[in-house]
Design a protein around this ligand. Structure first.
Ligand SMILES: Nc1nc2c(ncn2[C@@H]2O[C@H](COP(=O)(O)OP(=O)(O)O)[C@@H](O)[C@H]2O)c(=O)[nH]1
Ligand SMILES: [Mg+2]
Ligand SMILES: [Zn+2]
Length: 353
């Protein structure tokens, strides 16, 4: 556990910039301007060096949960200074919530994401597609976990399984219950030591309960789903990284109300390889698979080889991802133009003096 998930890949990157007097640590959580890091000797409070905060102007470049960082420890191990971030092997990000279009990092260096939906009321294949695209886009392996299976009948389970078989044939869901313990051994078996895992899913689906079960103790607070609106309250307020007994790391996240897509072309390709392969055979290279002549994707739907619902899902996510990427590009262009204008004004002022 002493290397908190530092992979060979990261070690190699670290040796390229080996720093005298600095050591490697891992970001456990972030709270505005405060970081908690895991070092070889335990958890520590940390701050960003002035150089780093200046270098990393955009929030998405700042150290996030799961990042490996260069630190210097002060005051007998009381606090640390972060002065560098190792390249990220994988990156989990979304469009920031709300109208403002920007990228928000959820976590860095996650190997496998457990996408959790609860059997009783959260099961939703469309939302699952959204998570799959996000996870794939970051270069992360997805595992679909259907929680609270104690609350549904065997028939209901079969229905969900069949539903997924049609909609997302690549997905092999794991039914688990933290209540009865069903399926937990299967999850435990998948916890490769040294790998980093991440729990994703709506609030109230049982992510933190699952983490506690894996830890074998009630370390983190969970919250009952409110009867009034059937939603879980946000008990997990921040993403945080926790070392598990077997040597794997787990990042728990608060439920995200929105998981907006932004520039996830690679994720769409990885999550919908069938559609992408068919699209290669469309007559027009910019085919939108709507009503075009010679559209191989529509032909596949017609022939019953592609589930229409799957195509609908792909289209929706594809459109959203492109739209957000365009507005981000547009905003960046505007910011840049504004920056130039500002510089010109400053120069003009100077010239007048
Ligand atoms: N019946 C049942 N309830 C569960 C299970 N796992 C979690 N819960 C309950 O679901 C609620 C929300 O759990 P929590 O772990 O806080 O969800 P999170 O928001 O995803 O972290 C709590 O009241 C848990 O007791 C389960 O396997 N079966
Ligand atoms: Mg939670
Ligand atoms: Zn087409």
């Amino acid at each position: 556990m002493s290397d908190f998930g530092l992979s060979a890949w990261h070690r190699e990157r670290a040796s390229e910039e080996a720093r005298e007097g600095w050591e490697l640590a891992r970001v456990m959580n972030v709270n505005r301007t405060n970081w908690t890091i895991q070092t070889a000797s335990g958890a520590l409070r940390a701050e960003l060096s002035g150089r780093l905060s200046w270098l990393h102007e955009s929030a998405s470049e700042r150290p996030a949960a799961g990042d490996f960082v260069w630190v210097q420890i002060f005051d007998d191990g009381d606090w640390a200074l972060i002065d560098g971030v190792l390249p990220r092997k994988t990156l989990l990000q979304r469009k920031s919530a709300g109208d403002h279009v920007d990228v928000q990092v959820i976590a860095a260096n996650v190997d496998t994401a457990w996408i959790v939906q609860s059997c009783d009321r959260d099961f939703n294949p469309s939302r699952l597609d959204r998570y799959l695209v996000t996870v794939r886009d970051g270069g992360i392996e997805p595992v679909v976990v259907l929680s609270k299976c104690d609350l549904v009948s065997d028939a209901e389970r079969d229905e969900m399984r069949a539903d997924l078989q049609v909609r997302s044939p690549d997905v092999d869901p794991l039914f688990i219950s933290a209540q009865t313990g069903e399926g937990l051994d299967k999850l435990n078996d998948r916890l490769t030591p040294g790998h980093t895992f991440c729990l994703l899913g709506s609030s109230g689906v049982g992510k933190t309960t699952l983490l506690n079960a894996l830890l074998g103790e009630e370390r983190f607070a969970t919250h009952a789903v409110r009867e009034s609106d059937q939603r879980g309250r946000h008990t997990t307020t921040r993403r945080h990284l926790t070392p598990l007994p077997g040597g794997a790391m787990m990042i728990d996240t608060p439920g995200m109300r929105e998981l907006g897509l932004l520039g996830t072309e690679a994720g769409l390709m990885a999550a919908f390889p069938d559609i992408e392969a068919l699209a290669d055979h469309c007559q027009f290279s910019d085919c939108a698979h709507d009503s075009e002549k010679g559209c191989a994707v529509l032909e596949a739907v017609e022939a019953g080889d592609l589930e229409p619902e799957r195509l609908r899902s792909w289209k929706k996510l594809h459109r959203e991802s492109e739209r957000h990427e365009l507005s981000l590009a547009e905003r960046r262009r505007r910011d840049k133009a504004q920056g130039k204008l500002y510089k010109r004004i400053q120069q003009a002022k100077k010239d007048r003096r």
